[in-house]
Design a protein around this ligand. Structure first.
Ligand code: PLP
Length: 415
């Protein structure tokens, strides 16, 4: 759309790539103004879980919009937020007793970091160092970038990013090095470790074993270092279970959720915390309150959408749908796995990924990325490779015909 004043995210306008105009979404499909039906192979950037315009979520939004649109959340409350907090504490691990609302994955991470620092400050033993894992992604605000992988994405801002301790990624065969690095770093009394459990998304769909996650949690517990799980992407069934942490049998001190929280319909995030994190902030001293808010904290319409998502989880066979999609995805991955040009075929829950071997080398700015993007766009598929990593992360309602079209197009791309 030439002439549009819009400055798009993660888009190089100078390349003149077409920017399709989407007018409608239903299930796993998006419809464009020029009459095309696009299959959403990445859940509109990892947010759409049950499908676009899910009737129950849309109805909840419409109903709430007729009652209460927005209200200040400092010192005031409303039923959709109360119901959602009750629903979340019921479905999430019982140790996570407190729910703090914000608007995006990035803000949920900022809140988690501030909670961790507030915990130490209010106990009169300030700590500031944060431990992170290599290749992590936690969002695009300054704090979230600081705890994420440094690279071409954030080079211009590097001098402003705070210093962190980085653990090597637990690649196959190198898991012990990660645990040893964590053990050593914990001896210097850091405030917290923040990790994406089991799956590093934006870092290239990198999977590591549940055993390593469990060990990392145990090391943090042993040293009294707070453990923050960023399940912004992995939460809501993506990796096969409601939370990825479940597969390692671990409960974090602080949990970040967003993306699928409203089924992907409306921006909303929560940072959940244990009573131990809340307790040092609880006082008659106003200086010890949690100093964070955004204008739309716990927006009632967004909370209503999230309540509808929770109702879907409670009342519909979501776990069975996820298991079924996971199996259908895994079967199709095996058809690609042996082919020339395919490296590291991998799957976790509803997600599959391959690396397309590029003789000129990979990385986010790999020349293969834009060529693959064009290939998929020409076939009416919304797939967005991470450099030379092609992944499929569809809404849980996608049918076999649409999945087959996605995998056929990936096969053609390899040819
Ligand atoms: C997407 C993502 C974020 C950031 O969420 P936004 O809503 O885009 O700010 C944070 N952490 C992880 C693991 C993510 O995948």
């Amino acid at each position: 759309m030439t002439g549009s004043p819009i400055w798009h995210p993660f888009t190089q306008h100078g390349l003149g790539e077409p920017i399709p105009l989407v007018t409608r979404g239903e299930g796993a499909a998006l419809y464009t103004a020029d009459g095309r039906r696009i299959i959403d192979g990445i859940s509109s950037w990892w947010v759409t879980t049950h499908g676009h315009c899910h009737p129950r979520i849309m109805a909840a939004i419409a109903e709430q919009a007729g009652k209460l649109d927005q209200i200040i959340f400092a010192g005031w409350t409303h039923e959709p937020a109360e119901a959602l907090a009750r629903g979340l504490t019921a479905i999430m691990p019982r140790e996570l007793t407190r729910v703090f609302y914000s608007d995006s994955g990035s803000t949920s991470v900022e809140v988690a970091l501030k909670m961790a620092l507030g915990f130490w400050a209010n106990r009169g033993a300030p700590r500031h160092r944060i431990l992170v894992m290599q290749h992590s992604y936690h969002g695009d605000t300054i704090g979230a970038m600081s705890v994420g992988e440094r690279g071409v994405f954030n080079a211009p801002y590097a001098p402003l990013l705070f210093d962190v301790g980085t653990l090597p990624f637990p690649a196959p065969g190198a898991e012990q090095a990660t645990l040893d690095a964590l053990e050593a770093a914990c001896r210097e009394n850091p405030a917290a470790l923040i990790v994406e459990p089991l799956l590093l998304g934006a870092g290239g769909m990198l999977i590591y074993p549940a055993r390593v996650l469990a060990e990392m949690r145990a090391i943090c517990a042993r040293h009294g270092v707070l453990f923050i799980a960023d399940e912004v992407m992995t939460g809501w069934g993506r990796t096969g279970t409601l939370l990825a942490c479940e597969q390692a049998g671990v409960v974090p001190d602080i949990l970040c959720l967003s993306k699928g929280l409203t089924g992907g319909a409306i921006p909303l995030a929560v940072t959940m915390a244990t009573e131990a994190i809340f307790e040092p902030h609880f006082s008659e001293d106003r200086a010890r309150m949690f100093f964070h808010s955004s204008s739309y904290t716990a927006n009632p319409i967004a909370c209503a959408a999230a309540n509808a998502n929770l109702a879907i989880w409670r009342e519909e066979p979501v776990a069975a749908r996820i298991a079924d999609l996971s199996a259908r995805q895994a079967r199709r991955l095996t058809t690609l796995a042996g082919r020339p040009g395919v490296a590291n075929p991998r799957a976790i829950g509803t997600i599959t990924a391959i690396d397309v071997t590029d003789p000129r080398g990979g990385g986010y700015l790999s020349q293969l990325g834009p060529r693959l993007l064009r290939h998929f766009r020409e076939r009416d598929l919304l797939l967005r490779p991470l450099g030379n990593t092609v992944y499929v992360m569809p809404p849980y309602c996608i049918d076999d015909a649409d999945l087959d079209r996605i995998y056929a197009a990936i096969g053609e791309a390899l040819d």
